[in-house]
Design a protein around this ligand. Structure first.
Ligand SMILES: [Ca+2]
Length: 369
């Protein structure tokens, strides 16, 4: 099996098997490339040591920001035992990695905690970050530029262009804000010095290093968000492994360019249950201040009606919905959340996020006519 390897400073591309251009096979290949770390042929035997050739010092010790960090030491032990990494190479790599204290503070700010009692306009403030005339205009430009690709993604995966446009817009303003934190620094900091999410992030670090090794990428060259998410769609390493696709058929997955990003977002949503043609959410008339709300709630439509909420539009065949409550400042706006709304929260577990994606996509779609 021969792999194409492309190295771009600041960029990365997932290695894909040139003989299998089909998007789904690409995913399988990517999966295998990470899981199957034991070299099985002379060709692959040659490839594995190439990955970290510039770290050739024997018996290097872990120094730097993570020296003597028990989680870092345990992580290295695990990578050596489970995936046959060279200890001295990992020591050298993680010696280069930096602890970034501001990432811990940013994560803490996002942690679930006591919200300020509402109504205080939390949704309006969130929405106004995204639904601005400039941003909507940029979305129109992106849509026009990639119209054919968006239409193809909609056809292949059943996810409407406006939803894909909404996701990429909220994530990175259509590629304008992809993040400039080194992924190795983000994932090391959050794996070794952020106990609350250490397990999750060390899994991402493990996946990231396996991918980099398999592709021959320098792990120090990847840049992304403060949480280690990369490219136009801000995929974490585990999402790249599971859901990214080669949508332009060039044999590589590159989420720093829009075509693979568009296909990958659509595939991600389809794999998380997007139902073509089904509703996302329907506004409600009335109030239900005593009922618990959130994308994870489940109510029968009859129960919400009994509590005083009527859908403003037909719910089609939906019998079970979530109750969404948006803080408008003076009062709350209620919505019936449908399964496609829940699917949007699989990208980011937040009612505000999913609603912003949907409304931004709709606004861009309206503005382009
Ligand atoms: Ca590609």
């Amino acid at each position: 099996m021969r792999y194409l390897v492309t190295l771009f400073p600041m960029f990365f591309s997932l290695v894909a098997c040139a003989a299998e251009p089909d998007a789904h096979n690409q995913m399988v290949v990517a999966e295998q490339s990470v899981v199957n770390v034991q070299p099985s042929s002379a060709d692959e035997l040659e490839q594995v040591p190439q990955i970290l050739t510039h770290w050739q010092q024997d018996n290097a010790r872990l120094t730097g920001d993570f020296a003597d960090n028990p989680r870092a030491l345990a992580f290295i032990d695990q990578m050596v035992a489970k995936h046959s990494f060279e200890r001295s190479q990992l020591n050298q790599l993680l010696t280069e990695a930096k602890h970034l204290e501001r990432l811990i503070q940013l994560m803490d700010k996002q942690a679930p905690g006591a919200d300020t009692p509402g109504p205080n306009g939390a949704w309006v403030r969130y929405r106004n970050n995204f639904l601005t005339p400039d941003n909507i205009n940029n979305g129109v430009q992106f849509w026009k530029q990639h119209q054919a690709v968006l239409a193809r993604a909609e056809k292949v995966y059943g996810v409407p262009a406006e939803i894909i446009v909404g996701i990429i817009g909220v994530e990175t303003r259509w590629g304008k804000r992809v993040g400039n934190v080194r992924v190795i620094d983000a994932l090391s900091t959050l794996s070794f010095n952020y106990p609350r999410r250490a397990e999750f992030f060390s899994g991402e670090l493990e996946t990231f290093l396996l991918m980099a090794r398999k592709q021959g990428d320098d792990p120090l060259s990847w840049q992304g968000s403060f949480a280690g998410a990369v490219g136009y769609p801000q995929f974490m390493p585990s999402s790249i492994k599971r859901y990214a696709v080669d949508f332009d058929g060039d044999g590589q997955i590159n989420l720093w360019q829009p075509v693979d990003a568009i296909g990958s977002v659509a595939n991600y949503l389809r794999e998380h249950g997007w139902k073509p043609g089904a509703l996302v959410a329907v506004p409600a008339r009335g109030k239900a201040p005593k009922l618990e709300s959130g994308y994870q709630t489940k109510y029968s439509v009859a129960k919400l009606k009994a509590a005083g909420l009527e859908p403003k539009q037909p719910l089609k065949n939906s019998q079970q919905v979530s109750l969404l409550r948006l803080d408008m400042g003076k009062d709350y706006q209620y919505w019936f959340g449908l399964p496609n709304f829940y699917t949007l929260t699989r990208y980011n577990r937040s009612v505000h996020y999913a609603m912003a994606v949907w409304q931004l996509g709709e606004a861009v779609n309206k503005a382009r006519h």
